[in-house]
Design a protein around this ligand. Structure first.
Ligand SMILES: Nc1ncnc2c1ncn2[C@@H]1O[C@H](COP(=O)(O)OP(=O)(O)O)[C@@H](O)[C@H]1O
Ligand SMILES: Nc1ccn([C@@H]2O[C@H](COP(=O)(O)OP(=O)(O)O)[C@@H](O)[C@H]2O)c(=O)n1
Length: 234
């Protein structure tokens, strides 16, 4: 007799055995609440830019106005740190050094969050930050971004903003910011170039006040055929 575990992998057991009949409602419930596969019509917006350029600030406004789910790679990693798990301890060491965490760890956390959300419009902030991130997402999630928002800001202004943010982050100090800026230039700019060549990158001047930056963001979303909530969502 086949094991319950095997039958539990399929939605309809041809043998209609007792174990499957018992497990089927659970299986169906799981399917309703989670996304098994990402599809071509899912809208995936990657959000890139140096540390403190205002990615999180703009993402909150996008969520409010356009109904996306916001998944910040940095925040997902921080949540794992707070669990105190072995993986969390390892992540904390990378963050302190301003280094990028191995891609499989980040992509696994992203995948779980995407599946749990049940949403089909994803704003993925702070990802992919290097070529390894990008390739691992393609391999493990099978996703390609619809568009990539790139917030462009001078180093001076980013440093000023990070130092003012002052929320007790282990990486918001002068020494680590310099390392994060170096990682951004060496590892993330090539990813942005890759998407620019594919015609997917939309560069936005993030040096301006929040509302002005957001007007440029809105212009990109209207290009995608999306209009603000409260009006008609196309
Ligand atoms: N356009 C802006 N002008 C001035 N300050 C900003 C602007 N956008 C964000 N900030 C501030 O800069 C800091 C970093 O912004 P945040 O959204 O956390 O950046 P990131 O997610 O890119 O690290 C925050 O304190 C935020 O309030
Ligand atoms: N794709 C990612 C995103 C963040 N991170 C880690 O998380 C840190 C903080 O990222 P973040 O996106 O919250 O913050 P900013 O550097 O953009 O302000 C990075 O410096 C990396 O150590 C990573 O390793 N891989």
């Amino acid at each position: 007799m086949e094991s319950r575990a095997n039958h539990n992998q399929v939605s309809h057991c041809p043998n209609k055995c007792l174990s499957c009949v018992q497990w089927l409602p659970l299986f169906k419930k799981k399917k309703q609440n989670s996304i098994e596969k990402f599809q071509n019509h899912d809208i995936i917006v990657y959000v890139l830019g140096g540390p403190g350029c205002g990615k999180g600030t703009q993402c909150s406004k996008i969520v409010e106005d356009f109904g996306f789910i916001h998944l910040s790679a940095g925040e997902l990693l921080e949540t794992e740190v707070k669990t105190g798990s072995e993986t969390g301890k390892m992540i904390q060491e990378f963050k302190k050094e301003g280094k990028l965490v191995p891609s499989e760890v980040v992509v696994k956390l992203l995948k779980q969050a995407m599946q749990r959300s049940g949403n089909r419009k994803f704003l993925i902030d702070g990802f992919p930050r290097n070529e390894e991130n990008r390739l691992t997402a393609e391999k493990m999630l099978g996703i390609q971004p619809t568009i990539v928002l790139v917030f462009d800001c001078s180093e001076e202004e980013m440093i000023r903003r990070v130092m003012q943010r002052n929320q007790g982050r282990v990486d918001d100090n002068m020494d680590t910011i310099r390392k994060r800026l170096k990682v951004y230039k060496e590892s993330t700019l090539p990813v942005i170039d890759y998407y620019a060549k594919k015609g997917k990158a939309r560069k936005i001047n993030a040096e301006r006040p929040v509302e002005e930056v957001f007007r440029s963001v809105e212009a990109v979303f209207s290009e995608l055929g999306l209009v603000k909530r409260g009006k008609t969502i196309v």
